[in-house]
Every structure is written in C-alpha cells, then in structure tokens.
Design a protein around this ligand. Structure first.
Ligand code: NAD
Length: 285
C-alpha cells in the first residue's frame, strides 16, 4: 500500500516559511511584495484558481492586485494594463490566468510580461533558460512536483521517469526538470503508441492529461512513485488522472486529488514571486 504524499501539508510548510521571509522583507524594505493577477472572462474554474491564489498571496503577507476584465475587453487593453504593471516598480510578479477566452492571442499577451516578473515561468526566455540549465523562473506545477519528490527523498538519478502530457506549462518543463535530476525521461502524449506498456516501465510516473482516472492499477509497476496532476470535475466530484483507490495498492508513493499537486502549485507561485522581488532588488530594477 502506497504512502500518500500530502501536498497540502507540504504547501503549508512552504507558506509558513514564506510568511516569515515576506515579513522580514517588509521590515527591511518598507514595502509589501506584490503580485498582480489578471483574469479575463467568466471561466468558473479559472475564477476558483484566481481566488485561491489571491487568498494565499494575502495569507503570506504579500499584496495582491487583481484585475477582472470582461470577455469583451480589447486585447490592446490587456496588453496596456500589463505594460503599466511592468513599469510599476511596486509590482514584483504579473500573472495572466490561462486559458484566455477564445479569440485572444495568449502568446502575444504574455510576451508583454517582462521575464523578471513572469512568476508563472511561461515566457520563452524562462523556458529557454530552463532548457539550457541556466537560472530561470520555472513553471509552478512541475517545480512543486520536484519539491514533493524531494520531500520524500525519492531517488531520481538514473531512474526511468515517464511524463504523460506534453503541455508547455506542465509536461514539457516537467521533463526538463527530471532530466536535470538525471532521470531517463520518456514523454508520452495523445499520439503515443503502446502507452500502457511504457507506463509499466516507469519508476516515476507523472500524469498530466486531464482525463479522469485514466491510469489504472495494471498500468503501474509495483513500487512506482505516481504523481497525479489532473484536475477533472466529474459528477462524482473532483478526480485526478489516476485511479487513486486502486493504484495506491501497487505504488510506493502517490499523490491524492485534491490535496496533492494543486496546493503545491500555489505555494511555488508565491515562492517564485518572493524570488522575483529579491532578484529585482539585486539587479536594482
Ligand atoms: P493540456 O490540456 O494542455 O494537454 C493535455 C496533454 O495530455 C496533451 O499534451 C495531450 O497530448 C495529452 N493527452 C491527452 N489525451 C491523452 C491520452 N489519451 N493519452 C496520452 N496523452 C494524452 O494539459 P495541461 O494544461 O498540462 O493539464 C493537464 C491536466 O492537469 C488537466 O487536468 C489540468 O486541469 C491539470 N492541471 C493541474 C494543475 C495543478 O496545479 N494541479 C496545474 C496545471 C494543470
């Protein structure tokens, strides 16, 4: 029976640690570290994520600026807002909640955020630096997963890590981080043949596809570490991409949904914002 990795508890530890550091920063600089969040449209899941992010930002003592824009807003109004926040020295991080409603050019909108304020780690400069193994702001979900693995002292070097999903925000940066940790990495996706044969060879299996309970007990090697990124709203409540109840019988470590990867994503967002503030001070920006 697998041990459960409690993402909620680990995220709480990170937030408590940050709370102290954010307070020290305030005493030293007489200003609150500030995260600006932009939400366009009425997507209910996005609203929940944004509210959770705002609550957590304020919990650790940072200032939260939130901008709720209607779906009818002109793209140029979003980019002007980002330009203003980019120039504003009191703002440390800028986050545009994705996905943007249909019709907006996400890449173009995000490109207005300066790399140093890109606390989501989505910009080409940050992704490129990650690929080159240079210092960069890394996408929150994959970085949170590495922290979860480290919290359980999971041996990564030389192990076979299988990542299912190749999105720019989870799958691809996840693969890069695991490669940096000396894993042998296989990335699977919707066109992968014999996917369920490949998953059975994984020492570490990371599932980020958005299909409820897609990975079954028979797809998992005995003793594997299973990380479930999926968040699926079903009529039976929130479900991950992994059939948790059955897979936990064969895995050695497993993350639950909810209470696994989700809370870690937010904790790392706050850590990225804190680090952005420190780096801006170092660079005199
Ligand atoms: P996405 O929706 O952008 O892409 C899905 C990926 O899954 C694609 O790369 C696709 O090739 C792959 N895929 C789809 N069907 C597949 C199949 N049958 N077999 C193999 N691969 C398949 O992905 P995303 O934005 O990375 O999100 C994935 C899931 O993770 C979603 O449920 C999302 O809600 C969740 N998510 C959770 C967090 C968190 O903090 N917990 C953060 C981001 C995303």
């Amino acid at each position: 029976m697998a041990e459960i990795i409690d993402g909620k508890a680990l995220a709480s530890e990170i937030k408590e640690d940050l709370k102290a550091k954010v307070n020290e920063y305030f005493i030293k600089h007489n200003r609150k570290i500030t995260l600006a969040v932009i939400l366009v449209g009425e997507n209910p899941a996005s609203k929940v994520y944004v509210n959770n992010k705002i609550k957590a930002t304020e919990y650790v003592g940072m200032k939260s600026l939130s901008y709720y824009l209607p779906e009818t807003v002109a793209e140029s109004d979003i980019t002007s807002l980002i330009d203003t926040l980019s120039e504003d020295k009191s703002v440390d991080g800028i986050l545009v909640q994705l996905p943007l409603p249909k019709g907006f050019d996400e890449e173009k909108v995000l490109s207005h955020i300066p790399a140093i304020k890109d606390v989501d780690g989505f910009l080409a400069e940050n992704v490129g630096n990650l690929c080159l193994g240079k210092k960069s702001t890394v996408s929150c979900t994959p970085l949170g997963i590495i922290r979860m693995l480290e919290s359980k002292n999971v041996e990564l070097s030389g192990k076979h890590a299988v990542v299912i999903g190749r999105s720019n925000i989870v799958g691809k940066p996840m693969a890069m981080l695991l490669l940096q940790k000396n894993c042998t990495v296989t990335v699977c996706h919707s066109k992968t043949e014999n996917l369920r044969e490949i998953t059975k060879t994984a020492d570490i299996l990371i599932v980020a596809i958005g299909k409820p309970e897609f990975i079954k007990k028979d797809d998992v090697k005995s003793g594997a570490v299973v990380i479930d990124v999926g968040i699926n709203r079903t009529e039976n409540g929130l479900k991950g991409d992994v059939d948790f109840e059955n897979v936990k019988e064969v895995a050695s470590l497993i993350t639950p949904v909810p209470g696994g990867v989700g809370p870690m994503t937010i904790a790392i967002l706050l850590e990225n914002t804190y680090n952005a503030a420190i780096r801006r001070d170092e660079l005199g920006l």
